[in-house]
Design a protein around this ligand. Structure first.
Ligand SMILES: NC(=O)c1ccc[n+]([C@@H]2O[C@H](COP(=O)([O-])OP(=O)(O)OC[C@H]3O[C@@H](n4cnc5c(N)ncnc54)[C@H](O)[C@@H]3O)[C@@H](O)[C@H]2O)c1
Length: 338
């Protein structure tokens, strides 16, 4: 079977890491027909829009995309393309597994963070409040959580944990202060946890305590489920436990499509220099292979990345090595081809 997948190479280091990732996927023996599309800054430069219609149409038709990082201007300019794609395809669950590859400051980390991807403070409902002399005297951003959105992501996390033989789900919130926007998440979470009580252990934790516990006692966590903003921050913190952003993949799971990507950004400081670590993009591609029904190829790709780093000791500069993106990619593809 040939899998029809939308491939968005992205901005900055995106094209470099996407090229070697596509080759490594093909090396597993899985047949892919890639539909190359553009977005982000590349979309603006080439077609005058960060989300060209052809890109959206391709994802809608193929229902699965592998996406490189996209540049978002800070403070002004167009809104995040990633946030827009999440809305367009109702990508409600952002799943970020973090597992130790290179033993370092922390060993044996194996945490999956499940982040609600559409609600909270990322709804884009915001405005400025002007005074006589300052048009931006105050900024207002409205956070929204719905019972439906909370229940959907929390059930997803519990089902994900059970289907993968995980032991525990931790519901992370700030219901003591944000009594409505976060209170609803906790209330819904406790009700869902009660339903699953016989099948999996669960607890809940306030986000600031959770941020500390992650560095103090990370072994207490298995699957974490939380709202959008907290998940954004905690997932980067957790990726720091396993060697940083260069090794952190993410899956955006939706009702009509799913998009797989590295957690890191477009890294403009090292773009075009053959310095980027493509591991996170490759690990995201491994999640994609599992999602499209190719779990053996997904495992082979993930193991190829791990063995290249750990056994062959071939590493990019961010992991203390000297290999370039293309050399690292070639070595992973050789292992994936086995
Ligand atoms: N999913 C996405 O598309 C996504 C995610 C985060 C940030 N961004 C965008 O990326 C741009 C740059 O953001 P930033 O600088 O805050 O974060 P970044 O992740 O691009 O870079 C942070 C640091 O990590 C390094 N780095 C990142 N990925 C690396 C890799 N694969 N290999 C080696 N080093 C790597 C960079 O060189 C930089 O020093 C912004 O426009 C931001 O909006 C996009």
């Amino acid at each position: 079977m040939t899998h029809r997948i939308t491939l968005i190479p992205g901005d900055g280091i995106g094209p470099e890491i996407s090229e070697v990732t596509a080759s490594a996927v093909e090396a597993t023996g899985v047949r892919c027909e890639w539909d190359y599309q553009i977005a982000g800054m590349t979309g603006v430069t080439q077609l005058g829009t960060p989300i060209p219609d052809a890109t959206v149409a391709s994802i809608r038709e193929r229902r699965v995309a592998l996406k490189g990082p996209l540049t978002t201007p800070v403070g002004s300019g167009y809104r995040s393309v990633n946030v827009a794609l999440r809305r367009e395809f109702e990508l409600f669950a952002n799943v970020r597994p973090a597992k130790t590859i290179l033993p370092g400051r922390y060993d044996g980390i194996d945490i999956v963070l499940v982040r609600e991807n559409l609600e909270g403070f990322y709804t884009g409902i915001e405005h400025w409040i002007a005074t006589k002399d300052d048009p931006r005297a105050a900024g207002v951003t409205t956070g929204v959580t719905t019972r439906h959105g909370c229940e959907r992501i929390i059930r997803y996390a519990f089902d994900y944990a059970i289907s993968r033989g995980r032991k525990k789900v931790t519901i992370v919130h700030k219901a003591n202060i944000l009594k409505m926007v976060s209170g609803l998440f906790l209330e819904t979470g406790r009700a869902v946890a009660e339903e699953y009580r016989d099948r999996i252990e669960s607890n809940d934790m306030i986000v600031d305590n959770c941020a500390m516990q992650i560095v103090l006692k990370p072994e207490q966590f298995d699957v974490i489920v939380t709202t959008n903003l907290f998940g954004d921050i905690l997932s980067d913190e957790i990726s720091g436990l396993v060697g940083g952003l260069g090794l952190a993949p993410g899956a955006n799971i939706g009702t009509t499509a799913s998009i797989f990507e590295a957690v890191h950004g477009s890294a403009p400081d090292i773009a075009g220099q053959d310095l980027a670590n493509p591991s996170a993009q490759m690990l995201a591609a491994a999640l994609m292979l599992e999602h499209i029904g190719e779990p053996a190829a997904g495992a082979r790709l993930r193991n190829a990345v791990i063995d290249t780093i750990v056994v062959d000791r071939v590493r990019t500069r961010d992991l203390g090595g000297t290999a370039g993106t293309s050399e690292f990619g070639r070595r992973v593809a050789e292992r994936a081809a086995g």
